[in-house]
Ligand binder design. Structure first.
Ligand SMILES: NC(=O)c1ccc[n+]([C@@H]2O[C@H](COP(=O)([O-])OP(=O)(O)OC[C@H]3O[C@@H](n4cnc5c(N)ncnc54)[C@H](O)[C@@H]3O)[C@@H](O)[C@H]2O)c1
Length: 258
């Protein structure tokens, strides 16, 4: 028996922003390898389709769905598919964006945009899936946040840090409210992870080799994490093995936050 046999899983942001393995893509693949039926939702249809192609090539079950998860109408389309599938067991929220700059360097428009993506999408999705989970009397939510929600790092990016801190708090608020209903909510706080997102969004102007060495040197373990490190932690928190764990913010950071 595999950990997600017979389970239905929504991975929000299950594509990858560039070629190679991202956190959402790895999570979707892992859930499927462990028997889950995965709805891969992404605002970029091709990115979702690429993840689904990898899953189906391995004999797993998955479907791609295009949709911007800041838009409640698109969320309605995704949850409609889940209803047709008979409900949802796990909601894995991987969506996130970052923008360099402290408070004074961030425009109000950019601040709102980052919050809409990092927090607003998680809020709208949670509002949509929690009633379905409540009906079933079970469910697990896993939110991918960041160690930036609890500490300052190499760069100053206030909108990212603050929206991720709010995401942690929202997960704990959900965990407290829904614990008596058999629904758990947990958070993964990745440290520096080697994904295409870093060179595409976090530091597009940096020399990739230098950047990778700098990020590796940040952790006591002397390396960046892989998307699989994040996916394994998330899959554990989403699984029945973590049945008595809720409201946890788990760093996956090679000891960075020690
Ligand atoms: N790589 C790191 O070092 C690191 C560190 C800490 C946290 N994280 C977190 O990991 C997550 C990103 O991981 P990744 O490598 O998979 O990144 P990614 O950017 O490759 O993947 C995110 C996916 O989400 C999609 N997406 C973005 N906004 C969306 C929206 N509004 N609606 C639907 N889809 C949307 C993108 O198209 C993309 O395919 C983020 O939450 C990020 O904050 C990453």
């Amino acid at each position: 028996m595999r950990r997600f046999d017979g389970k239905t899983i929504l991975v929000a942001g299950g594509g990858s922003i560039g070629p190679g393995m991202g956190n959402g893509k790895a999570a979707a693949l892992l859930y499927a390898r462990e028997g889950g039926r995965v709805l891969v939702v992404d605002r970029a249809l091709e990115a979702a389709e690429e993840t689904v192609a990898l899953i189906t090539a391995e004999g797993g079950q998955a479907m791609a769905c295009a949709g911007d998860m800041t838009d409640p109408a698109a969320i309605g389309r995704a949850t409609g598919i889940l209803r047709d599938w008979g409900g949802i067991d796990v909601m894995h929220f991987n969506i996130g964006t970052s923008l360099p700059g402290g408070v004074t360097e961030t425009t109000p428009e950019d601040w709102t945009r980052v919050f809409d993506i990092n927090l607003g999408a998680a809020f709208h999705l949670s509002r949509a899936v929690l009633p379905m989970m409540e009906e079933a009397g079970r469910g697990a939510l896993v939110f991918i946040s960041s160690v930036a929600s609890i500490r300052s790092g190499l760069y100053s990016y206030a909108s990212y840090e603050v929206s991720k801190a709010a995401l942690d708090r929202m997960a704990r608020s959900i965990a407290a409210q829904y614990a008596p209903k058999g629904i758990r909510a947990n958070v993964v706080l990745p440290g520096p992870i080697d994904t295409p997102h870093v060179t595409a969004v976090v530091a597009p102007d940096a020399d990739p080799k230098e950047l990778a060495a700098k990020r590796a040197a940040m952790t006591p373990m002397g390396r960046q994490g892989t998307p699989w490190d994040v996916a394994q932690a998330a899959a554990f928190l989403a699984s029945d093995e973590a049945g008595f764990i809720t409201g946890v913010c788990l760093p996956v950071d090679g000891g960075l936050t020690l």
